[in-house]
Design a protein around this ligand. Structure first.
Ligand SMILES: Cc1cc2nc3c(=O)[nH]c(=O)nc-3n(C[C@H](O)[C@H](O)[C@H](O)COP(=O)(O)O)c2cc1C
Length: 436
């Protein structure tokens, strides 16, 4: 299939193409729904826009925020999203995705605290309110590169992800998994001390917890049945809950509702089809809500390494996907709606809103209006054009000359383990490495 890139001149053009493709793509002319304040997790949230977790690979060797990290969160917080989902922060050194991924420790927690204070001050000064800030705690599992080269820790060999199976010593034992559950507990203590409002036990994009949810083929306590596959996430929550003080700091997750790999190698899929089957993700969400009182959930899909078109529909990438980008958006929007209908009292942050460029806010507004999302989460757009929220407030639309063009440059930088940002709109600071 020839890849059709973004060429829409009007909302009408987008709607017509979505209809032809049978993609579920609600769109609203009026973006007002994004800009009204509301209550969430006991706080007043100014608007329905979230900045998604966007890793910058720009921490110091010891895991503290570096100069570029601070610059990035200055830009994010001045822009004024209702929620800032602070990027992946490692819970253990061996689970860092790069030698410069943030990693919270008792030694550097003060530097994280200075950054959250600074983000609140920035937002208050620029916009008159504070954002809700959630720290994403991670163990990168099979994508760990703590010294800059792969040192994977996997739960099971997964043929769709491996040309050659990893040797047995790369497969974590049940005891090693238990140690990592405890590390999420220690991270919760530190995240609270660092001034975050809550902590995300990251369960998306095939990092370690996410991988456990599809460990159908793993023997023992952490594989096979639904109960075993959800043991890691629930024990990690229990460890975190045991360390949290008071009741204003909350726990939550960014959860993959669908991995995009065939059964038995993916979560949110059934046998014999590649269509999402959300029975287990919905069951898990109900259980997390019941036992851990999660006040919101951040939903994502896909794998940024193997099927990035599912995770972040794009115009330019390493391969040309079989599906049209609007079909990818449709899958995400349909999944969000299905989860909302199954658990209407669980506020959802949706993902993958950037693709539609200047019309992304129309899609976001429609998803907020129809109730499927409490917040629309923007990833790549936050790198390219964080101040789009100001333009939206001032003019009711955003500037097509400033939007993300889904070129994939930021992901290239991230994968190369060098500081990531927008190589188009912020090119004085970020450039692609030269070919030689
Ligand atoms: C450079 C880069 C860094 C990212 N870092 C994270 C991260 O730390 N945690 C996470 O959950 N997702 C991360 N993502 C995924 C984004 O949060 C988001 O899900 C994805 O870009 C799709 O949303 P968008 O269409 O708004 O860009 C990253 C994506 C990119 C391109």
């Amino acid at each position: 299939m020839k890849h059709e890139t973004f060429h829409y001149k009007s909302l009408q053009d987008v709607a017509e193409r979505a209809t032809e493709l049978n993609a579920y793509l609600p769109l609203s002319e009026d973006v007002g729904a994004l800009l009204s304040p509301f209550e969430l997790a006991g706080r007043r949230i100014d608007n329905h826009i979230a900045f998604q977790a966007m890793e910058g690979t720009d921490g110091t060797e010891d895991g503290a925020p570096g100069e570029k990290t601070i610059r990035r969160y200055d830009r994010f917080s001045k822009a004024g999203p209702g929620v800032i989902w602070f990027e992946a922060v490692a819970t253990v050194k061996e689970g860092r995705a790069s030698a410069h991924q943030l990693w919270i420790t008792p030694e550097n927690v003060g530097e994280f605290k200075r950054l959250t204070d600074r983000m609140r001050e920035n937002c208050l000064k620029e916009n008159g309110y504070e954002p809700l800030i959630v720290m994403q705690a991670t163990n990168s599992g099979r994508y760990s590169k703590p010294h800059g080269y792969p040192e994977p820790m996997i739960l099971y060999n997964c043929p769709p992800l491996e040309d050659t199976p990893w040797p047995a010593d790369r497969i974590l034992s049940d005891d090693q998994i238990k140690r990592f559950e405890e590390a999420f507990g220690r991270a919760a203590l530190l995240a609270q001390e660092a001034g975050f409002d809550g902590m995300d036990l990251k369960s998306c994009h095939r990092y370690l917890i996410c991988e456990s949810l599809s460990a159908f083929t793993r023997p023992g306590e952490y594989g096979g049945s639904y109960e075993n596959r959800t043991r890691f996430i629930k024990n990690a929550y229990r460890a975190a809950q045991a360390n949290v003080r008071g009741d204003s700091f909350f726990l939550t997750s960014r959860l993959n509702a669908y991995d995009g790999f065939p059964y038995p190698y993916g979560f949110g899929i059934g046998e014999g089809s590649m269509e999402p089957v959300l029975t287990e993700p919905i069951r898990l969400l109900k259980e997390l809500k019941e036992e851990f009182h999660i006040p919101l959930i951040n939903i994502s899909m896909g794998n940024p390494y193997k099927n990035p078109h599912v995770n972040r529909p794009y115009d330019h990438g390493n391969y040309v996907p079989e599906e049209h980008p609007l079909e990818g958006l449709g899958r995400m929007m349909k999944g969000l709606m299905e989860i909302h209908e199954a658990i209407p009292d669980l506020p959802i942050i949706g993902s993958a809103f950037t693709y539609l460029r200047q019309f992304s806010v129309n899609q976001a507004a429609a998803m907020v209006e129809n109730g499927a999302c409490s917040l629309a989460g923007f990833g790549r757009m936050a790198f390219a054009y964080p101040e789009f929220i100001h333009d939206l407030k001032a003019q009711g639309r955003i500037d097509e000359k400033k939007v993300c063009i889904t070129c994939g440059g930021c992901a290239v930088l991230l994968r190369a383990g060098i500081p990531a940002g927008c190589v188009i709109r912020d090119r004085e600071v970020y450039q692609l490495p030269s070919a030689d």
